[in-house]
Design a protein around this ligand. Structure first.
Ligand code: SRM
Ligand code: SF4
Length: 547
């Protein structure tokens, strides 16, 4: 596709309308590059089936175009009705699967252009939306996946919704185009974003001190509640995290967020808005590869950033409150919510909800949504929590899962349940290698080699992506495979188990056909050299890397 200037496109888009309406009225199966870029702000990506791209091209056929639509689900919590709406969409218009994303949201792939409007309407009828699930705006706000219904956890969820609403574009284009809303009488101002929105995507995560279930430091803004006697005193703010990089382009790199300061509860929205505005005004608009806020923080420094934020808010932030220890909890299996009900955290391999012959996860979740008065949470590790299960329904829900061939979370190994992989082929247009489709077998190989090294069922946080963009957060894992080309992957080690130290490259390019050899070598050494209770991430950091 031809390269276009996204800044000009946004400016001249008439509030994100562009030519969307006319292009969706023609018979073509796809849209132009300009419309494709604008559609991201409405929550979708144009894709094609890459498995058959070559074959179609050799037959003189155009690509098998379709759309991936992403819902926006602050904190990942959905009602059964919302779950069933997505289930219906995937069967009626999609590829019969649902994909839980690493940002607690749902994606549906394989939607033909003519069905996009029906899909968006169905999502909105269920009281969710796709607006700003993608595009140069604030993306889905993620929240700790701690299932306990404490006052603090519920406040953090409410904060996610508040921030998401506050940072939603004000343009009425979405409602006009997809929901048949009345055309706006005059241009609608974007008080926070302005006419060209942000230089790039923007991500916010919310958790409480010590709980890194969501990789808080990999976000543009990490909001960390500081507690005393189960009350929120205020929030530590961390800025400038982000993971995308481009192979062979050293100016691009993954980065963990730096501490910015502490803010009282009543000022959190103002400060978040100010941070967004600093990126709006100072972020790089010349080169999209360098436009994420992490590069602004890296080049200008946190003190400079702090002063710019204070210019908007009129006050300085207090010093960050030290947080001594972080853990990476999985929250799988049964948790007592402490309100008389239970959550079951169900491991979903790579977030893919589907039915296969002896494994009917999709039918199981549908039956649970229909028959039990529960809710769901999509997690940042691509799993699903079935929430609000009555004590009396616990065994029935367990039996239902078992009857559908869905293994309980503890029937998988520790490394499998701690693994995530991005979609990559065949849907992702940027994939250089496989990811989701090969990861299950790679995990089996890791488990086999761990067992042979005398470490059966040992947990290594392992992640894979089909390119260096980092969608499954490989650089904050302990062991990661980052797609290079064909069957070759960059091998990363040395990240900490709790996501507070990034990985580094151990092997520049390693073929997956030789993974068995790699794992044998790594885990035999690890087993013999590790000190008591040492994690793979810590051992590989001290033993394998030239730090
Ligand atoms: Fe991502 C682009 C999938 C989380 C960094 N990401 C894409 C696209 C849309 C490809 C494209 O632009 O054409 C992928 C669609 C694949 C497909 O077929 O579905 C895609 N990203 C995903 C998801 C579905 C991966 C998953 O396994 O769940 C996640 C959707 C999250 C959501 O619900 O909003 C997803 N992407 C992430 C994350 C992780 C996170 O946010 O916690 C990152 C790294 C963190 C970060 O943003 O720095 C991430 N995605 C990227 C990038 C690199 C951005 C950069 O700064 O360089 C791209 C490419 C781009 O933006 O140009 C990208
Ligand atoms: Fe696609 Fe790369 Fe993201 Fe994987 S990491 S989904 S291959 S953009």
């Amino acid at each position: 596709m031809a390269k276009i200037n996204v800044e000009e496109l946004k400016l001249n888009s008439d509030g994100l309308r562009g030519e969307i309406v006319s292009e969706f009225s023609n018979e073509k199966p796809n849209v132009t590059e300009e419309t494709y870029q604008l559609l991201k702000f409405h929550g979708m990506y144009q894709q094609d089936d890459r498995d058959i791209r070559k074959q179609r091209s050799s037959q003189g056929l155009e690509r098998a175009w379709s759309f991936m639509i992403r819902s926006r689900v602050p904190g990942g919590i959905i009602t059964p009705t919302q779950y069933l709406a997505h289930d219906k969409i995937s069967d009626q218009w999609g590829n019969h699967t649902l994909r839980i994303t690493t940002r607690e949201a749902f994606q549906v792939h394989g939607i033909l252009k003519g069905n996009v409007k029906s899909v968006i309407q169905t999502i909105n009828q269920s009281l969710l939306s796709t607006i700003s699930a993608c595009g140069d705006v604030n993306r889905n706000v993620i929240v700790t996946t701690d299932p306990v219904k404490s006052e603090v956890n519920q406040k953090l969820q409410a904060l996610a919704v508040k921030i998401a609403d506050h940072l939603t574009p004000k343009s009425t284009a979405y409602h006009e185009i997809w929901l048949d809303g009345e055309p706006a009488q005059k241009a609608v101002e974007e008080p926070i974003y302005g006419k060209t929105y942000l230089p790039r995507k923007f991500k916010i995560a919310i958790t409480k001190a010590g709980d890194n279930s969501i990789d808080v430091f990999t976000n543009d803004i990490g909001i960390v509640a500081i507690l005393s006697n189960d009350q929120i005193l205020g929030y530590n703010l961390y800025i400038g995290g982000g993971l995308g990089k481009t192979h062979n382009m050293e100016e691009t790199f993954p980065r963990l967020a730096d501490p910015l300061g502490f803010v009282k509860e009543e000022n959190i929205i103002d400060v978040v808005e100010a941070i967004v505005k600093v990126q709006r005004d100072h972020g790089n608009r010349e080169n999209r590869k360098l436009a994420r806020m992490k590069y602004l923080v890296e080049s200008k420094g946190v003190d400079w950033f702090h002063d710019r934020v204070a210019e908007f808010t009129g006050f300085k932030l207090d010093s960050i409150v030290p947080v001594s220890e972080w853990i990476y909890p999985k929250f799988l299996g049964w948790t007592n919510q402490l309100d008389g009900k239970w959550t079951y955290g169900l491991f979903v391999e790579n977030g893919r909800i589907l039915d296969k012959e002896h494994f009917r996860l999709k039918s199981a979740l549908k039956a649970i949504a229909v028959n039990y008065n529960v809710s769901f949470r999509l997690t940042a590790t691509q799993d699903i929590q079935i929430r609000d299960i009555q004590e009396r329904d616990k065994s029935a829900v367990s039996e239902l899962l078992a009857d559908h061939g869905v293994g309980f979370s503890d029937s998988h190994t520790e490394t499998r349940t701690a693994s995530i992989a991005c979609p990559a082929l065949p849907t992702c247009g940027l994939a250089l290698t496989e990811s989701e489709r090969v990861m299950p077998d790679i995990i089996s190989l890791i488990d086999k080699n761990l067992a042979e090294a005398g470490l059966p069922n040992f947990q290594i946080v392992t992640r894979m992506t089909g390119c260096p963009n980092g969608c499954a957060r490989p650089y904050s894992a302990e062991l990661a495979f980052v797609g290079k080309s064909g069957i070759n992957y960059e091998i990363h080690v040395g990240g900490s188990h709790n996501g507070t130290r990034l990985t580094q490259i151990y092997q520049d390019s390693w073929p997956s056909s030789r993974f068995d050899e790699l794992f044998k070598d790594l885990f035999t050494r690890f087993a013999s050299e590790r000190s008591e209770n040492e994690t793979f991430g810590d051992w590989s950091y001290r033993s394998l890397l030239n730090r």
